[in-house]
Design a protein around this ligand. Structure first.
Ligand SMILES: Cc1cc2nc3c(=O)[nH]c(=O)nc-3n(C[C@H](O)[C@H](O)[C@H](O)COP(=O)(O)OP(=O)(O)OC[C@H]3O[C@@H](n4cnc5c(N)ncnc54)[C@H](O)[C@@H]3O)c2cc1C
Length: 375
């Protein structure tokens, strides 16, 4: 029996295990997930628990983003299909709890024009016709627009919001139920990819490298130089916003700071964000930034229903930081070009930046296709 090792138990590694074990041509493989961090753990070396998270494709219309567009579409369709499927007499709340996902309308605003706002008709957004209930907002009519008055374009569509901790637990359970063996172990990286394979080696056909930003510790120097953190800070507050909201390129605001409101279905909580600070490795919470996040959401009036605390404040549960696994050139999902290492094929799947969840189903299917081609 062929044995596949997946290095990493974030959203990429777990979804890859599920894809491999549920695809007819690879379902008889033995799959072992090796990871130093698994769902339930929190570490700056483990990005997945820190995600917002929702579906809002950031892929552009350019040729080089065509594969990521396909992944995002597959993930959106897959999640929507799961949410459409009904178990008899199941309430929406029970279904969202079973899946760790929920459909939510999301409004999205731009404070300055860019390629996405081209024509102010949605033609700059490749996914306009692929998502449900897409609508261009009339900024004059809409009641809920940023109150600061600077928005130049706005849209609304049906997205999927993720109850991140729950979703990761569900992926872990699903992978195990399909037969994956999950081993908590830190693989030694000091001797590069050869060392990684030697440490992970059993009777294996391939090692799937889903190690996120940590891949920089054992890939070649040129490849490691392509990897960089995109720091994200969020504030978790009490209450579930009735819809998601997002505002980017906010007038008079540092380019690296954005606004988002992402309800976590079934959790009674909402994530407020945030920032996208490239090359910033600092994992400490910046209290001033947390204040700016709360003030901005208040100022723009984009989560009024959550201001249930004393004096109309948000009820803050926690503030946290995560590092999105950025990579110059986009995610690396491919067979190692230099051939097998120690007779083991290497398939890389890392560098998904701020899109690991929305890429996950499509990216994992690509890994499965590559592995299928090895035999
Ligand atoms: C604030 C924030 C908001 C975000 N919002 C969204 C969103 O709305 N939508 C979206 O799609 N994405 C979002 N993201 C991005 C998303 O979280 C990441 O793209 C995704 O989590 C990356 O997952 P991964 O599995 O590739 O890596 P990780 O989650 O980092 O997993 C890496 C795994 O590899 C293991 N590992 C690494 N090295 C070793 C070793 N030597 N030995 C053993 N194990 C090892 C780790 O233990 C871990 O299990 C957000 C991220 C942040 C920080």
């Amino acid at each position: 029996m062929s044995h596949i090792i997946i290095l990493g138990a974030g959203v990429t590694g777990l979804q890859t295990a599920i894809s491999l074990l549920s695809s007819p041509s690879t379902s008889n493989y033995k799959v072992t997930v090796i990871a130093s961090h698994v769902p339930g753990d929190r570490s700056s070396d483990y990005t997945s628990p820190w995600a917002g998270g929702d579906w809002r494709s950031s892929a552009s219309l350019s040729l080089e983003d065509s594969e990521v567009r396909e992944w995002d579409k597959k993930t959106y369709d897959h999640w929507m299909m799961s949410l459409d499927d009904s178990v008899e007499e199941e309430t929406t709340e029970a279904k969202e709890c079973r899946l760790g996902l929920g459909r939510r309308m999301i409004s999205y605003f731009w404070g300055a024009d860019d390629s996405e706002t081209t024509g102010h008709d949605g033609s700059g957004l490749w996914w306009k016709n692929d998502v449900r209930d897409f609508k261009i907002l009339n900024l004059e009519d809409k009641i809920e627009v940023p109150k600061g008055g600077g928005a130049v374009f706005g849209i609304e569509f049906q997205s999927v919001c993720i109850n991140v901790p729950r979703y990761l637990e569900i992926l872990l359970d699903r992978a195990k139920n399909l037969g994956a063996n999950v081993v908590r172990k830190e693989i030694k990286t000091s001797k590069g990819l050869v060392g990684v394979v030697r440490d992970a080696k059993q009777v294996i056909l391939a090692l799937v490298n889903c190690s996120g930003l940590s891949a920089r510790n054992f890939v070649t120097k040129a490849e490691a130089d392509r990897l960089f953190p995109i720091r994200g800070q969020t504030v978790l507050v009490k209450g579930e916003a009735k819809m998601g909201r997002s505002y980017t390129k906010i007038p008079n605001t540092n380019d690296q700071e954005v606004l988002y409101v992402i309800p976590r279905p079934g959790s009674g909580t909402t994530m407020l964000g945030g920032c996208k600070q490239s090359q910033n490795w600092n994992c400490e919470v910046d209290n001033d930034l947390s204040e700016r996040i709360l003030d901005r959401v208040k100022r723009e009036g984009l989560a009024e229903e959550l201001r249930s605390g004393k004096g109309g404040e948000f009820e803050v549960i926690s503030a946290q930081v995560g590092l999105r696994p950025g990579r110059h050139g986009g995610p690396r999902v491919e067979l190692e070009k230099n051939g097998p290492v120690e007779d083991i094929y290497i398939v890389h799947a890392y560098g998904h930046a701020g899109a690991g969840y929305q890429n996950s189903v499509g990216s994992a299917e690509k890994v499965t296709k590559i592995i299928r081609g090895l035999v």
